[in-house]
Design a protein around this ligand. Structure first.
Ligand SMILES: [Zn+2]
Ligand SMILES: [Zn+2]
Length: 400
């Protein structure tokens, strides 16, 4: 079976590199993936794969093998691009100014379409049902995954496990990386307005200085993390914007702060929100100011199911060789795949796209991000192979 999947991937890779070029040249922002969605639907129709459209632009296809109810595995690709102006000088450069597939979601969509073609062609030779999930809005709250789940993507039929790949520009082409348990962080946005009382900078005693209060607040919040969080529990709070005042001799009325709070443990995350609120309010009021605080809750942490991840890693090594498979590092970035992982056993793995010899080294979310396109053949064949080969007992035998 490995040889069949590999030879189909090799045969179709040139076609899917063209698909990737088309998607890359026509990027669409989160929740506006209308043309991308239509394109995916067209390809599924050509392959005679039935599908539903949910969450406005999301597409959910079903491929049935033999004994369709025996095992149900979901494969997920995200579809959205970023508000970045592409600086790559390539024939398939973005035709939509200010929008770019700078996180590789064009590659993920392409690989899932490629996998669909392989799976459909071999559908007499594997057992179960494969659910193809093309998801909008990964890059923007509330996260397309949460909307797809609300709209029933994990029901009728309910998958026993779910996989997603992500391109990794720090990993050389030809390699895959896996990790069990925690892999990515939750990400919440902090918005704070500190209201004081403005006036002449030479008479601070007649004012309530929001610049000073905000400065104390930033330091105090860092202390909160360092004193209340278990040091073995990864967590980051970064204040990323400090806006207030316009000149040298006026104390302003207010200061606005923004930042991000990232964690890998849901209990700590909830507790930290409460601590941040109480400490910020207490400190600002003790200095005579008033605080408006809003924490915009983002994606949960991504926790890979240990048993499923171990099984996927083993299958990947069987497919590509032991030397091609590595352990992925922990990252404090966020992914809305965490929502699926809260519902069913999940595995989020990475596909290397870096090629130093070809000068392909830029990170995701940069205007020069690109991939070594040999990753398309690897990505599409691995998706198909995991869909076919993961055993149904993997997910249920190992407790969550
Ligand atoms: Zn991204
Ligand atoms: Zn991404």
């Amino acid at each position: 079976m490995i040889e069949k999947v590999k030879s189909l991937a090799k045969k179709y890779a040139p076609e899917f590199i063209q698909v990737r070029h088309m998607l890359h040249a026509n990027p669409e922002l989160s929740y506006q993936e209308f043309e991308t969605s239509k394109f995916i639907q067209g390809r599924l129709r050509e392959l005679e794969i039935p599908y539903d459209v949910i969450a406005t632009t999301g597409v959910v296809g079903l491929i049935k093998g033999k004994n369709p109810s025996k095992r149900i595995v979901a494969l997920r690709a995200d579809m959205d691009a970023l508000p970045i102006n592409e600086e790559n000088d390539v024939p398939y450069k973005s035709r939509n100014p200010g929008i770019m597939h700078a996180c590789g979601h064009d590659v993920h969509t392409t690989c899932l379409l490629g996998a669909a073609r392989i799976l459909q062609e071999l559908n007499e030779e594997w057992e179960g049902t494969i659910k193809l999930i093309f998801q909008p809005g990964e890059e923007k709250n509330p996260g397309g995954a949460s909307i797809m789940i609300r709209d029933g993507v994990l029901e009728n039929p309910k998958p026993q496990s779910i996989f997603a790949m992500h391109v990794h520009p720090g990993l050389p082409i030809g390699k895959l990386s896996f990790r069990g348990g925690k892999v990515m962080a939750s990400a919440d946005e902090l918005y704070m307005t500190i209201k004081g009382k403005g006036g002449h900078a030479a008479s601070p005693h007649l004012c309530i200085d929001p610049i000073l209060i905000a400065s104390e607040l930033i330091i105090s919040l860092q202390q909160l993390i360092s004193r209340h969080n278990n040091p073995f529990n990864p967590c980051v709070l970064s204040i990323t914007s400090f806006q207030g005042g316009t000149t040298t001799n006026v104390i302003p009325n207010e200061v606005k702060l923004m930042g991000t709070f990232r964690a890998m443990n849901e209990d700590w995350r909830t507790k930290a929100h409460d601590l941040i609120s109480k400490q910020a309010k207490g400190l600002v009021e003790s200095m005579g100011g008033q605080l408006d605080l809003h924490i915009d809750k983002g994606y949960p942490a991504v926790h890979n199911h240990e048993g499923l991840n171990a099984s996927a890693r083993k299958k990947a090594a069987e497919f590509l060789g032991e030397e091609a498979v590595e352990e992925t590092e922990l990252r404090m970035g966020a992914e809305d795949f965490g929502y699926y992982a809260q519902q069913i056993p999940a595995c989020f793995y990475r596909v290397g796209v870096m090629n130093k010899e070809k000068g392909i080294t830029s990170g995701v979310h940069t205007p020069t991000f690109n991939i070594d396109e040999n990753a398309i053949e690897i990505g599409m064949s691995m998706m198909a192979w995991l869909g076919i080969s993961i055993e149904e007992k993997t997910a249920t035998q190992v407790p969550l």
